[in-house]
Design a protein around this ligand. Sequence first.
Ligand code: BEZ
Length: 218
Amino acid sequence: MDTDNTDNIASTGLRIGDTPPDFEARSTIGPVKLSAYRGKWLILFSHPADFTPVCTTEFVELSKQSAQFDRRDCALMALSVDSLFSHFAWLRLIKERFDIEVRFPIVEDPTMVIGRAFGMVAPKDNDSAAVRTTFYIDPHGTIRATTCYPADVGRSIPEMLRTLDALQAIDAHGGLAPANWTPGSSLLQPPTHDLDEVYSALDESGWFLREMPKERGE
Ligand code: BEZ
């Protein structure tokens, strides 16, 4: 792993707009390198531990929805402190119990070097079971969104897809995704910085709360 500035990153955590440090690690599909995912979207997420109930439901649901992530040209990559062989045993159990094959890579991070560099584990925390962090990384390798849930609340896979859809829509069309935005509904225009536009707006909120004009064919 490129650890040049790892100490610094671990103490501050990674934020939206950052380029995360590259890493290479063993995973359930063989060695993976973060920078090899440039050119496509990537959701990199940590889970507290293999063989735990909430994590199992997340992996089952993510696997069921894997075609939805493929359709959005988005790869999934999971990570925990468990060993590769623990990951294998857990995936085998998921296959037997749910008839689901988890095909996205699960990285082993037994020393927590990646988890700490990404702020998935508190710098001084020895209990890796405290984190359920998700990074949405765009094709340029930039972090575009992050979420952090506690160990006892599972992530919403529809919300992960919606967040991805919103990021991809604003990249394609510009604008802003409002509350509860879903694909097909209107994006909003960024607020104006022009006082003349403020005064000439047709109604009171028209200068700051405006939908994007519909594109031809929409
Ligand atoms: C779970 O995924 O169910 C879990 C993980 C760590 C601690 C508690 C629950």
